[in-house]
Design a protein around this ligand. Sequence first.
Ligand SMILES: Cc1cc2nc3c(=O)[nH]c(=O)nc-3n(C[C@H](O)[C@H](O)[C@H](O)COP(=O)(O)OP(=O)(O)OC[C@H]3O[C@@H](n4cnc5c(N)ncnc54)[C@H](O)[C@@H]3O)c2cc1C
Length: 567
Amino acid sequence: MIDDANRVESGQTLHADVCIVGAGAAGISLALQLAGTGRSVLLLESGSLAPDPATQALYEGEVADERLHSPLHRYRQRRFGGSTTIWGGRCAPFDPIDFEAREYLPGSGWPLGYADLVPYYERASELCEAGEFAYTVDAAFGPAVPPLIEGFHSDRVTTHTLERFSCPTDFGRRYGHRLRASANVRVLLEANCTELRTTEDGSHVASLAVRTLGGTRFSVVATHVVLAAGGLEVPRLLLASRRSHPGGIGNRRGLVGRYYMSHIAGTTGTLTLDRPVSHGYLVSPDGVYCRRRFALTPRTQRQLGIGNFIARLHHPRITDPRHQTGILSFLYLAKPFISYEYGKRLHGEEALSVASWLRHVRNVVADPFHTAAFLAHWTRRRILAERKFPSIIVRPRRPCFSLDFHSEQEPNPDSRVTLTDELDPLGVPRLRADWRYTRWDIETIEKGLRVLAEEFERTGTGRLDYDPATLERDSLRYGAYGGHHLGTARMGTSPADSVVDRDCRVHDVDNLFIASPAVFRTSSQANPALTIVALSLRLAEHLKALAASGRPAAATAASEEVLVHRA
Ligand SMILES: Cc1cc2nc3c(=O)[nH]c(=O)nc-3n(C[C@H](O)[C@H](O)[C@H](O)COP(=O)(O)OP(=O)(O)OC[C@H]3O[C@@H](n4cnc5c(N)ncnc54)[C@H](O)[C@@H]3O)c2cc1C
């Protein structure tokens, strides 16, 4: 069932077997997996079904450097469905190397491996509506697919792995009806968890404080508590819950909020191809858009001591009218109508001078046929389609592309989020993000591109020109990439260097779990959502197993008891 938290009587205590905080991809996947199990599940969601500015403003905070990080209320959505209400839908699993301890990457080495996640990746791919778990060309299409670039054979760079695209699925809209119909799951909208209260020794979450913006306050007591409030809000809640630990829950060693990672993504260079290219999307037999990319092999990464790195064929930088492409100029001119999250890349350092505006207009006027054809395609395949065409694909007149790269960041304890002294209207301290990148992050991109350039030359398939001197600027033009908020409550075997264990349980707290990219130990080249969902599904199995074994002891009953609907 789905209820409004404002209807709960103030002062009450609700009871549940499992209380999940946050109904984004992580929280909804977990709740779906627990639906029908007979365990009472209470899913607390701050937002409502529709966006609400006052609720969204609860996300506001500070950033240390505005050039490197977007405002904190951007690139995440505080409403039912969370950021899947606006995400791009690109799905890719982590690679096996991402889970390994790499001696050249301090802090790497997950306490679980790729094989542990595969069964959950399969289900996660389904839930994301990205089709079957077939993320290589062979698995999805078999051998009869034309190569990405004819004659490009390399044992340093593979073009064999795929990204698959979700519709993109809004988890709230897509799965809300299942939760509404569930006998054992109760969703409470407009329910903000403002604090976790532990027992005096800090080893058990005794209750959760919940408030609405309408003034209702109540408590929740649950056998198991799962924080699924996103990669920034999870550390915020842990740090803000300071009754038993002055530094916050799970933070005895000062690790909560540290190791804040994203991805470094940018567009650079000119790749001039001498061989036929298969640019754009392939459609899998199950009807899913798929895309190939250039990926450094694990061996190459190890040899060079660098991170995971991929690059895609891309159109020239839209902001620069010298591309002479009507479609791109049209998009640039349309930027006031494009949302902040997607329009940000249309705000380049080439200021919109009258001269450049005129050049963009000239590009559109000179290319009316292609621009009109693009608009028709975009309306039909993107705006009106249920499964949306994922991105703009421009077929250049000459075989020239730029490269769009996406690369791993090293886990860095100095890149972190902390609390400020300012409180939001519900009394929760606001967050400050001090996201940082390192020399190693930039080296991964420099060396990754160099390998690509060498391989195009060696195979005689093309030439990659880029300016190493501007690479750092190109990589950081938009700062930390989009809504990828990773690592702020990292997973590990030891409490000395991590916040949660391999089952996503906060070390030293027997009933507190985290379902979030906050637990990512390293960042991979892959976008996070598929792995977030896979980890949530794995956590659901773990919670079921715990329930079957009867651990930990049921939470103590409070005086004013309101039982959450049981199956
Ligand atoms: C524009 C954009 C494009 C993206 N594109 C991609 C992509 O193509 N591929 C990809 O893999 N990833 C992409 N991402 C990232 C991806 O969407 C997120 O990583 C993922 O959705 C995060 O899911 P989550 O459940 O961990 O967190 P969220 O989606 O942030 O969900 C957290 C939920 O918790 C609720 N909440 C927060 N605080 C509280 C509280 N105190 N009490 C109760 N509820 C609370 C929020 O309202 C929200 O519903 C994109 C993100 C953005 C913004």
